[in-house]
Write a protein that binds this ligand. Sequence first.
Ligand SMILES: *Cc1c(COP(=O)(O)O)cnc(C)c1O
Length: 427
Amino acid sequence: MKTGTGKLAIDGGKPARCKPLPPNYPGALMMGEEEASRAAEVIRARSPFRFYGPDVRGTGFELEEMMEKTLGMPYVLGVTSGTAALMVAMKALGIGYGDKVVCPAVTFLATATAIVCCNAVPVFADVDDSLNMDAKDLERVVDDEVRAIIVVPIVGVPVNMDPIMEFASRRNIAVIEDVAQSCGVRYKGRYAGTIGDVGTYSFQMNKILTAGEGGAVATRRLDVFDRAIRFHDQGLVRAGFRERYGITSTDDTAAFAGQNYRMSEITAAVLAEQWRKMPALLASTRANYDRLRDGLRAQIPSIVFRGSPDPAGDIGCTLGIVLPSAEAAQRFNAATAAENIGTFLLYGGKPVFTNPCFMHKRSADRGPFPWDFPFKNPVEYRVGMCPTAENLTPRTTFLPVSHSLTNADVAEIVDGLAKVWRGLEIG
Ligand SMILES: *Cc1c(COP(=O)(O)O)cnc(C)c1O
């Protein structure tokens, strides 16, 4: 029988699959007895706080050490969320009122809102065909009021880091890698999050690994790590960190007003077990991604996939397909939903700066703070300022790729998408 043909489910035909795709919670779906027993150990010890209690297990330090080993980074700090990690990273770099920070036009709200909550002003750079930051746009958006660049490997594809690092070091600007969505992505063999000055991780429910909530900061710079520890814990460095990392700064000269973004031992216990499962999780996700991509290419020779600056480093948690128009993408997603395949647009197909909080320059503070700083070049946002992002986001559809797909699932997805492609006469 010829595959990838037949009446579309949206027109009353038989759906390609009889049930929806597995939900997009890879880490949570991998949870088992390992996480349960480690969390129970913390609770039985009645010591859910990492710095004191009747019988502290030291699970926070264990997680940080595992991450340091895998990532090849000297300093990792567990925090409460990916947003907290961004705040800690920026405050560790000394960013605040009067500073500008560049972030990509395509990212989750948190990257840009964290900049505002640090009292700095976001500046948006356009993306390339990978939907990640395009170094070529930095010349246009960076002036001498920019203190940092945050890059974001969006849903599993690396950022083209070489030209960004080259630009940043030439201009003496810090680079933060927000790898919330892409733990395990590599660029030229190096893990995303280990290339810039600071890498930030999220362990929220939708991310690759999860404890429901959680995050981490990684850096090679002891000066940044010292300030990160202090900002995440009310300006202090506790004895545990001092001993472990040989930190000698004194509160008298180095303490400042910080916050509480400390990770709990229960979160760390769950994440230590999730971290152990990462290689297996990533290997099966990537294998399914390759089979889906190869299958789709064979069935739909004209298909265009989202670009990647280093396809070997993709983790493969989603497969981006570029459609000819926004209208075609809408029709495609409606039709795939009916087939129980469920492709989707990222963030409603809108670049992040089009959110009202940026367009209207609203923080939680009074008036136009922090945009009211007397910058030499005031920052303005307008539709049309990042044309590639505005062109690609409404017409790039994403297929979630689960580690748990069977051969039969892969075949059904490929056939179903080919059927929709032909039925809608796309490309
Ligand atoms: C999810 C996410 C964050 C925020 O992580 P939380 O743990 O939810 O605070 C930051 N940046 C990106 C790109 C994300 O996808």
